[in-house]
Design a protein around this ligand. Sequence first.
Ligand code: NDP
Length: 252
Amino acid sequence: SGTPLAGRVAVVTGASSGIGEATALRLAGLGAKVALMARRGDRLDEVEDRVRADGGTALALPTDVTDRAAVLAAADRVTEELGRADLVFANAGVQLISPITDLATADWDAQIDLNVKGVMNTIQAFVPSLEAAAAEGRSADLIMTSSIAAVRILEGFQVYSATKAYVAQLTRLLRTELGRKGIRVGVVEPGMVDTELPDHVTDPAASKLMADLIERIDVLSSEDVAETVAFMSAVPKHVNLTEITILPTEQV
Ligand code: NDP
């Protein structure tokens, strides 16, 4: 069928741009109702409008996912307005790379707060919904965004890479408990995707490195990653695609 995700309620964090925005649009296009979370409410409203214009259902929920109480409140609104979430894409993240000797402690904290604690806040808020969906015999997915940086040794990436290695290992660990309850846990590990991610990098050498790569090779689009997440969610219930690495063909 053209709507393999009909009847599903999806939550996407980082839905205001890049991979999250593209994934929210794709999941909605496949029939899911989508809850959109990020800080920029104006951008979420635009995504919501696009989904609705296409005949879908979307709910913009401006939320800072580093704020645990705010994520819990957003989860309540998802349940009230869309129904119980059964597909959660914990994707919001930030990459602030710099030499360790710069001691950019505010950037270290920002990455840990969002890429690690933001993911845990999302898990806290939505695992009960996933558990309930699975108990009813429905598909239930927790999908997270890691990065190829989780496994590569890249100068300047130390804190970012560690947060993404955390997410990849978390996926494997969560499966031990959630798999037997019928909840699929998966992680997508992209290489270079053309998004707003490099715009936040304060270190000029590091941001030049990324700009050069985007210049030199045909990098991934957010839609490429969105398609992967959609595929992971739409396979039969007994199939768990656990870890998918997606790289631009020319990125070695
Ligand atoms: P973007 O910068 O376009 O997207 C990041 C998203 O996270 C935005 O929607 C942003 O929205 C949201 N966000 C940031 N801070 C918060 C917060 N405190 N609370 C809620 N949402 C927040 O970049 P990408 O799409 O590339 O990034 C998405 C994920 O992909 C990240 O986890 C990133 O690490 C990962 N990734 C990206 C790669 C790439 O090459 N681009 C490669 C590998 C992984 P807002 O500012 O409105 O809050």
